[in-house]
Write a protein of this length. Structure first.
Length: 328
């Protein structure tokens, strides 16, 4: 369970380090650390601090009070009291007045069971204000995609792009995000160039044209990712001669951990690792927010299928391999 206070640290802070709100956040962080992962203790801690943040919100004013009200709603949920979480969320919605706190409110609603419609409603309300601000449009579009409002996110980005001049510095980033959100079977895969771990020639989608590519987004620190490597090796051995190419994209921030793993468990296909986690260029390009994630790209360079479970994608993989390369 992640404290919503982490979200609150995006962008300029609203409180000085010694403010009451910051002090309460710091006290919660120390309590969480002292719990050492004990789930029962963490539940009690969240329940206690939920009440304290709610009390702070009621007795204070300003943005810190608004954020404390949102914190209270999430911590009641983490503490196991969903009814109080919903009530606190309702109170927080009445208090939230800035674009920033309303976005935090939407994120909180997305974290509380049964409050997803509130998250969607607030996000759509915010979209009108985000169109003219590229930074807001990007942040809101990503959140909309996370809660299943991908078509709304694409529309927001397209409206935002329409307001920007051709030479606006934010245009390339917004355009790339819009294209990544539109990825679906049949759409042209997004071109890339990446340096493989251990050196060698750059890996490009163009150089792999004519083969069926499996882009495998994974992490050494993820058990499910590691467990799937054996199946990928089996597919490489059995289908490699048919034109299958594997490319691994490791999203670990600790690249040394990856290289240590590969020394003990060498893989026969290239790996890309930037050490930037979710901010990896390829993860951003393909809008990857969970591992493992697989993209199958056909011989024409189109997305054939994507998803998180390889076994559900194998039929699409075999169909793509059975297609002949189109003649120019």
């Amino acid at each position: 369970m992640v404290p919503l206070a982490i979200f609150a640290q995006e962008g300029p802070g609203v409180a000085a380090p010694q403010s009451p709100y910051a002090a309460l956040q710091a006290e919660l962080a120390r309590a969480i650390e002292a719990a050492e992962g004990d789930s029962a203790a963490l539940k009690r801690i969240y329940a206690d601090f939920a009440a304290r943040f709610a009390a702070f919100a009621e007795s204070s004013t300003g943005e810190a009070a608004e954020m404390a009200a949102i914190d209270a709603a999430v911590y009641f949920e983490f503490g196991g009291d969903r009814n109080r979480a919903i009530r606190a969320l309702t109170a927080a919605r009445e208090q939230a007045s800035t674009w920033k706190t309303r976005l935090l409110l939407a994120r909180a609603a997305g974290a509380i069971g049964g409050a997803e419609p509130v998250a969607a409603k607030v996000a759509r309300e915010l979209a009108e204000e985000a169109v003219a601000d590229p930074q807001r449009a990007r942040a809101l579009a990503r959140f909309m995609d996370e809660i299943g409002l991908t078509p709304d996110a694409v529309r927001l980005l397209e409206r935002a792009l329409a307001t920007l001049g051709d030479d606006h510095p934010a245009r390339p980033e917004l355009d790339l995000l819009a294209r990544s959100l539109k990825l679906e079977p049949g759409v042209e895969a997004l071109p890339f160039e990446a340096e493989p771990v251990g050196g060698g020639s750059p890996i490009t989608l163009k150089s792999l044209r004519g083969r069926v590519v499996v882009l495998h987004f994974w992490a050494v620190g993820d058990e499910t990712s590691r467990a799937g490597l054996a199946r990928l090796e089996s597919l490489r051995v059995s289908l490699g001669r048919e034109g299958l190419a594997l490319v691994g994209v490791a999203l670990d921030e600790d690249v040394e951990a990856l290289t240590a793993f590969l020394r003990v468990n060498p893989l026969a296909w290239p790996q890309v690792a930037e050490g930037r986690g979710w901010d990896s260029a390829l993860a951003e390009l393909y809008n990857v927010r969970a591992v493992p994630t697989f993209f199958i790209i056909d011989r024409r360079g189109r997305v054939a299928a994507f998803g998180r479970r390889l076994e559900l994608l194998e039929a699409s993989l075999r169909r793509a391999l059975a297609e002949s390369v189109p003649q120019p």
